[in-house]
Each structure stands twice: as C-alpha cells, then as structure tokens.
Design a protein around this ligand. Sequence first.
Ligand SMILES: *[C@@H]1O[C@H](CO)[C@@H](O)[C@H](O)[C@H]1NC(C)=O
Ligand SMILES: *[C@@H]1O[C@H](CO)[C@@H](O)[C@H](O)[C@H]1NC(C)=O
Length: 389
Amino acid sequence: MAAIAKAAIYVVALAVIAPFLYDRYVGFVPLLANRAGKFVEFRDSTIKDVRVKFGGDIRNCEDVMLVEDLGIALLSCDEGRDRWNTVMGTFRPDLDVKNGKLYIYDYAQQNPPKGELRAIILKNFEISDSFHPLGIEYDHIASTLYVVNHALSGSRIEVFTVDFPSATATHTQTFKHELLHTPNSIHSLGNGKLYITNDHYFPSAVSPILSKIETFSGLPGGTVTYIDINDPQAARVVARVPFANGIAMLNSTTLAVGSSSKPGVYFFDVESDQSLVFKNVIRAPSSVDNLSVDGSGALLLAGHPDPFRLMHVSKNRWACVVGSDVEEERRACGCIAPSWAGEWTEARGLRTLYKSEGFCSSTTLVRDVERGVGMISGLYSDGILQFSL
Ligand SMILES: *[C@@H]1O[C@H](CO)[C@@H](O)[C@H](O)[C@H]1NC(C)=O
Ligand SMILES: *[C@@H]1O[C@H](CO)[C@@H](O)[C@H](O)[C@H]1NC(C)=O
C-alpha cells in the first residue's frame, strides 16, 4: 500500500513538473549542440569583411549603440568585469578592480579625429566609488546618456549630458530605486521616461546559489520596470521575464525583451500609460543577451550559444592580468565562449547571421544599414567585431 501511495505521489509530482522539464529540455537542447567540439561555424552572406577593431585598446565591451545621425558608436567597456560581474556572479573586491570607460568611435569617419576611438571624459563625476558600466542608452533630443553602473556599493543609473565634439559627459545625477535591484538594459522613451530590465529576482551579490537556480529553472524573476526619473514615486513593474536582458522598441506599439535563461524574445504591446501587454514569444537557438533595432526596422539579437563555456570564462577571469609575465595570469585572459548573432523580422522570422568561436561572448549586434557597417560587442572580448554589409 505504502509503495503504491509513494508511486502515486511520484506520478503526480512528475505530472506537475513534466511540462516544466519538457520546456527546459526544449530550451536547452539547441544550446547543447553548441558545446566545444560540436560547434558549427556559420556566417550569413550579409556579414562581410569581418575584422576585430581596437584589439589591445579596449576589452570587455558589453554594449555598443549607434548614433547614426552623427555616424558614431558609443561603447560601454569594463575591464573590471573580470573581477566584478554582478550578473554572472564574480566578486573579487579584495583584488584590484579597474574602473570601466565609455568610448566614442567615429565609424563613419566624418568627425575629427576621423575613424578614431576616444575615451569619454566624465566630468563632475566622483569615480572613487567605482564605475562599472553595463547597458547604456542615449536620448538624442536631450543629449542625455543613461548608464547602468554596477558600482561596488550597489547598482544604479548614472545620468550624463553629452557633448560629442569635446568627448565629454557631464554627470547630472545618480538614480537609485528599490525597483532597480539588478538593472541591466535601458530603453528611453524620452523626457526621463525609461523602461529598464532587471535580470534577476535574486541578485547574485545577495545569493549566488538562488541566483543560479533562478537562471537554470527559467523562473520569471526578471522584470521590466517603468521609471520616470523626474517622478520616482510612479515607478512600477510592468512585466516579468525570465533573465530579462536586452530591451528595444520595434515601433511605437511593440516592445521586445530578450531572455537569457529561456532563450528567446518576448514581445509586448505598449499601452498609453506605459503598461505592457504580453503578445508572444519567439525562441532562439542561443541564449539572448542584448537587442537593438536597425534603420530598416529589423530586430537584431546577440547572445551566448554556449552559456556553459561563458560561465567557465566568467569563473576564471578574475586571475587575468593583461600582458603579465606570469603565464597563468596571461592564460586567464583567454576566452572560449563563442558568439551568436541574428535578426528577426515579422516577414522572415528569426535568422542566424553569425555564429563563431572566433569572436568571444557576443552581447550586442548593431547595424547601420545606410552606411553598410555593422558591429558586435563582447562581454569578455578583446576589441569589438566590425563587418561590412
Ligand atoms: C543594448 O543595446 C541597446 C541599443 O544598442 C542599449 O540601449 C542597451 O542599453 C544595451 N544594453 C546592454 C545591457 O548592453
Ligand atoms: C510593430 O511591429 C509589430 C511586429 O513586427 C507589428 O506586428 C505591428 O504591426 C507594428 N506596429 C506598427 C504600428 O507599425
């Protein structure tokens, strides 16, 4: 009798979790096909003349965004990510954690100094508390730059006013909010109104274990938060998404949010009061990191086709010392995490554009369709990848 009861409990338990397991299985199978030794390289015919730019100059550039009017790219790079990564859960404040930097890259070669990379000078900004930039967003009309800063003392949004000719960003405020506990990406609606994703419910700084369980279970612990920095009281959670990552507006009514743990993109209808109504989800053959929209209206995605190799890199990177005499320290700077980038349009669906072990840990794909230039940034990469269309 007891045995039957026990069996019955197992059957019921299995019935409850089976759809969940199946869902996890369906999500992870494509990723397992990307493990070392099985990985298949792919490059779409629209990705030409691929080359690494600024290798040796910049590292760990998570975010790249284009200001196409000016023909420039803004880059958010953080050398310190090797030892301080609040998303992946690397915390070595006992070691020297270098600060990150923002850069302007004149990719259209029309602003002096032509074709160059310039570090942005941060004015009126007390960097002593540490600067670890992740997602950035630029409001062109207001010349306002929003930067997610994973500072050692807690994550926040830094707001700057930018002057491109002089490559300066003047700090105007630090914005913290209880609904921004794990901020990742920002989308600006203008006038200080923002959608911001929080990637986890459990910050890895608070509980590395629960944070990992959250990632692997695919539980919808991440959020999309609506915030008006001029009216912080009105902040609210407008959607829940498992490991919410990149966020981009496809058009005036559709918002897309990438998921890293349930690989794919979640689409929402945007209401007039900024509420979101879930529309549908598409699955991707890779964990999805950041999203962007190009001038033709295509949604561009980049991410991690083998999250296990990415975890391996983030776990061992703390020992990296670039150019060190110690072989072990040099070796720790290596990167075995492959890259994946694709595009989605309603007409053609999701297509892989680039998949390679030759570039490390892709996070963002951007494309200037008019000038025929594209770029991919990488969480732990040396330089960025540039290509022609
Ligand atoms: C992703 O890219 C977009 C547009 O390029 C940018 O606004 C956003 O902040 C980025 N997020 C991250 C986490 O890199
Ligand atoms: C916005 O994009 C979505 C997805 O491609 C599409 O279904 C919708 O019709 C578009 N809306 C407008 C107003 O263009």
